[in-house]
Design a binder for this molecule. Sequence first.
Ligand SMILES: [Fe+2]
Length: 452
Amino acid sequence: MKFASLVLLTSLTATTAFAPPRALSTTTALHSTLQSPPQRTAPAAGHIPEWENRPGLSPEEFMASDLSKPDLGGMWECPLTRWNSEDIDVREAQRMAKQVPGCPLEIRASEKDNAMGARYFAENREMIRSKLLEHGAIWFRGFELMKSVKGNREMHEALGLDPCLDPLHSSGLRKFASERDALYEEVNKPSLRQHYIGLHNESTAKRTAAYAAFVCFQRATEGGGRFLVADGAAILAELDTKVLEKLYNRKIRISVSNLDIPPALPGVVKEGIRGLVDVAVAPKFDMDLEMIYESDGKPGRLQAVETAESPINRHPVTGMPVWFNNAHNHARKLRDRRPCGVPEVGMTEVFYADTMEPLDLEDCMEIKRASEKHITALSMEPGDVLLVDNYRALHGRDVFQGDRFHAVTWFTWDQNEEWRGNERRIVEKNAFNQAINKMMDWLPKDFESNQN
Ligand SMILES: [Fe+2]
């Protein structure tokens, strides 16, 4: 039971001239676990493009895989995170980050491009790969090819991208849309419709995908569901220098789950529980986790906390320092102030690594301001793909109504074997993963509204 809870909660753990940020949707009145809950307000976004109402295919049409192609199920393991964060001069880093081109770059399909199909991507491969490095993300709009699983795979094969597992694959929380095409479902689950997913890199302190291709096959049928992207360089340049220096010097740690143990239990029993969770559960997450009691001040609470990490990291290829962390998604003070449908066991928190105190409200609000100013809240329509350099750009997702089908393929380093490593997928994990995902699917549709 405790194990199930721990699993449940981590399920969440993803061109710009700026007008003042606008709210993405209306204020909501969800329940809160706090004594005096703060008001929940929809986060803002700096740029909100209009919808165009382009049609998609039926689920039967878009889900069909090309069975003449090999099964990609034995893909690479997600590569280890490439940390290069020592001795960064924060002011100089901010100056450099200001110079970079806007993110995302938009590429819109012409009739001729669409007539070329996958050949468009093969012939423009070098240009696209170099623009990706320059801008951090490319939004492909109006391409017929990627309206289906089959065509989406042709696109990334033409670009020479090499699929890998999700960094949290071993947790069992990630579900494939089409395993043989290395395609995962995004967070489309009805139980999480009303949960805003804040900005994050697809990364743990241990593993980070090099690139991602997010694709829309079906827009949310009753509204919402914008996909969020923001440039880690722009956020770095934007942040108040004092806050940035403080976070860089103190580093951060992120807790990924809470287990509430009755505080009255004898210490020896609580220690036994901690040992059990540490040995039996934590390894499933393939993260370096430490089990710590009562870091957030709640009596009896056992939290699984990642190792200390720098909030700024140099890009592995360009060397550019960027804002590279998941604080906007995980900080409790931000989650408590926006639509958040996660049960208490799944609530995350961000701590200053040196004292293990939760980030204070002022720092959280500065992270929110700087991050949301640089969000483009994409109006992704069927066939649209957002190609992301995962060490540069952060992503997230707004709340939605109705049904939605977006999917993602992660990619490893295709031009550097040392960075990619030699680990292939451990297929024994399958049965476990499938069992956990079945459990997630059984959650009632209004799960989030029943949480206190
Ligand atoms: Fe994500």
